[in-house]
Write a protein that binds this ligand. Sequence first.
Ligand code: 3PG
Length: 319
Amino acid sequence: MKDILKNIGDIGLIPVVVIEDSMLAVPAAKALIDGGLNIMEITMRTEEGIKSIEKVRKAFPDMLVGSGTVLSIEKAGECVDAGAEFVVSPGFDPELVRWCQEKDVVVIPGAVTPTEVRQALKFNINILKFFPGGIFGGVKGCEALYGPYRMVKFIPTGGVGLKNLVDFADKPYIHSIGGSWLCPCSDINNKNFDKITAIVKESINILLGFELAHIGINAENEEESLSFAKTFSGIFGFNLKEGNSSNFSGEGIEVNKHKGAGAMGHIAIRTNSIPRAAYYLRQKGYGIDWNTRKGTEEKPVAVYLDNEIGGFAVHLLQK
Ligand code: 3PG
């Protein structure tokens, strides 16, 4: 159960999908997978929802498939029988939550007020849908609830899209971000599957927010490190910042005081979330050497990839 919720957090995006013709469920799922998303929340807003869950589960057994807009215990039962691995409901329904917990089914109920959050906590639920997010204050609404309820994380949906995704991407209280923009019903119906794939790719890029942080030079010793850093600062006027294990010239050039990682040195890439970046890099076949982690397991602040690229060690840096 924990793994599914963790997986949802690492993936960081949940396409909330309305399918009007279950024949289009598998190509829609494939479009998401082609873009890099291995998750789909199929809503119960149409008659075709249940059949769609069945078809996608069969076609892509590795895809994480959940059911959305689940408004009754009966419907939850149908979803689980069809293969849904998690159940999402827009509001907080104690009976539905109890039923899911008794059946060991992952449930993500909605909550947008302190009273609802409190109720969820009584059921030991700390990952909550925040819907309709846009109406209830968006990221500011989530942040306000996180003030007193530090043990809760939200999955905002409703009003999230390419334009405001970035606002949610680096927040510690946002578990994942959901919405229909990732797989619009109209694009499914018009078979615009390439468009869906392109939206997904763009969204993942925004979610991860990779950017070059600095390059790292390996000096032989303290003296050489300071001399190199001073040279850069002397030429380009970058601010010199002396540190314990390295010196910086500006933000972009680090000079280690010893032979650090990487035959040629290292390159640091900033990201909105190291755990999510690690997940997506793994999908692309690049591993992380967690022994190099700085920060805690919960909140890593830096970690190296397990392979060099072009003689450079590469590390991620939490924004
Ligand atoms: C949901 O059920 O989560 C929302 O309807 C998705 O909202 P959106 O269409 O604004 O993304």
